[in-house]
Design a protein around this ligand. Structure first.
Ligand SMILES: [Zn+2]
Length: 422
């Protein structure tokens, strides 16, 4: 038995925000009350700390199978626990991609060994070919939680429509990475800094919001649910808002890097600040924050994308892979750039990192209640933390190394077990 004493217990589902004790047994929360006494329980003193639901991240790349020099499911799970996450959803751009039941089972077999909940989507099209749908029904039955070709946008509107119809029929949804290759230049560099500093054609805004506009309207027409991944442009927020107002079933996520930083970070952090979609303009950063505040964007997801230092440190930055390791800085970026900046309340931040993403996938997670899962994150919301290059992830490709952020995870508890302690 585990007794968490005197923490500020915050539950976005019920609205509870009170100093309480939390008693855990057999993977469940059995009591939440102002004072709980239990002989023989292991005590965690959470005085001055926040006791929140275990964080949920619906967008991570764990690189297994195929690219385990960057990350594997085990180190990815350790990075998640260190960042306060107890449930994550892997993307399917592994090698091979998660397009058939056999590969899915291999991934889930590996995931089941971890102490946190590691789930995965399967691809929408076979081996990312953009043409032929995978067997959604068989993949769902085998344990996939949803579908995405994240990393490779779906160019064919016909395929998007077919995928939405199939997902709807099976009571699930597809998630889309929106960057139309036909409208784009070199990925990872926002078009402005690409032109002014790197003298190349970069990643355009229209590539993102035009493809998104097409897809939210297909969702509107098919009455299917589409989830928009990591939107980054001011216009994209407006597109999602428009579609939602029209009655389309559209949800959206933003990555912490997009509400924290702009394209200028490339000048100081180089390839570690290169990602798809790229860091954009201050007006875009402001717009995604407004989208979070208004509720157009309900989910914060990291797009944790570990790469090996040798791959990132190539001479020609345009050849470096896109993406950043994100699980271990996500909470701190939210605390720094949203809560300390007085954009969101701490409860609103937690809602977008726990209850909302869990609800999207119908996970039994993201809330604190008696008889609910003992997936709990305990953190100091006020502590200063200098981000250094020591990560539980195999990768260190973070543009936030050297920056002092708010917040320190103290304990991550999953299924009643302490899985991380600092
Ligand atoms: Zn993506």
């Amino acid at each position: 038995m585990l007794l968490i004493k005197n923490g500020r217990v915050m539950d976005p589902k019920s609205g509870l925000d009170q100093v309480c004790d939390v008693l855990v047994q057999d993977g469940k929360i059995i009591k939440i009350a102002p004072e709980v006494k239990e002989e023989g329980a292991e005590i965690i003193d959470a005085t001055g700390l926040v006791v929140a639901p275990g964080l949920v991240d619906i967008h991570v790349h764990f690189r297994e199978p195929g690219q385990t020099h960057k990350e594997d499911i085990h180190t990815g799970a350790l990075a998640a626990a260190a960042g306060g996450f107890t449930t994550v959803v892997m993307m399917a751009n592994t090698s091979p991609t998660i397009s058939d039941v056999e590969t899915l089972q291999e991934v889930l077999h590996s995931a089941a060994k971890e102490k946190i909940n590691v789930k995965t989507v399967a691809t929408i099209t076979k081996n990312f070919n953009g043409q032929d749908l995978t067997d959604f029904k068989a993949l769902l039955e085998a344990g996939a939680v949803g579908f995405s070709d994240d990393g490779i946008p779906l160019e064919s509107s016909k395929v998007v429509k077919e995928a939405m119809e199939e997902a709807k029929k099976l009571n699930t949804f597809i998630s889309l990475h929106e960057e139309d290759p036909g409208l784009n230049g070199i990925l990872g560099f926002n078009e402005n800094i690409a032109k002014e500093h790197f003298h190349i054609c970069g990643a355009t805004g229209v590539a993102e919001y035009a493809m998104m506009a097409r897809d939210v309207m297909i969702a509107y027409a098919t009455k299917a649910h589409v989830h928009i991944q990591h939107l980054s442009k001011e216009e994209s927020v407006k597109v999602v808002e428009f579609a939602q107002k029209l009655g389309a079933q559209v949800t959206a996520e933003v990555a912490p890097q997009h509400f924290s930083k702009t394209e200028a970070l490339l000048l100081t952090q180089g390839s570690n600040a290169k990602m798809n979609p790229p860091l954009r303009l201050e007006s875009d950063r402001r717009a995604v924050i407004e989208g979070l505040k208004s509720g157009v964007i309900t989910v914060i997801a990291t797009d944790h994308a570990p790469h090996h230092a040798d791959e990132k440190n190539v001479k020609d930055i345009t050849k470096a892979p896109s993406g950043m390791t994100g699980l271990e800085t996500s909470l701190s970026l939210g605390l720094t750039y949203l809560v300390e900046a007085e954009e969101l309340s701490l409860m609103e931040l937690l809602e977008k990192m726990t209850y909302n993403p869990a609800k999207l996938y119908n996970f039994e997670a993201g809330y604190l209640a008696e008889n609910g899962p003992a997936d709990i994150t305990i953190f100091d919301a006020k502590a200063d933390r200098l981000v250094d290059s020591h990560f539980a992830s195999k990768a260190t490709n973070s543009p936030f190394i050297g920056e002092t952020l708010k917040g320190q995870v103290k304990y991550t508890i999953c299924k009643g077990q302490i899985v991380y302690q600092n």
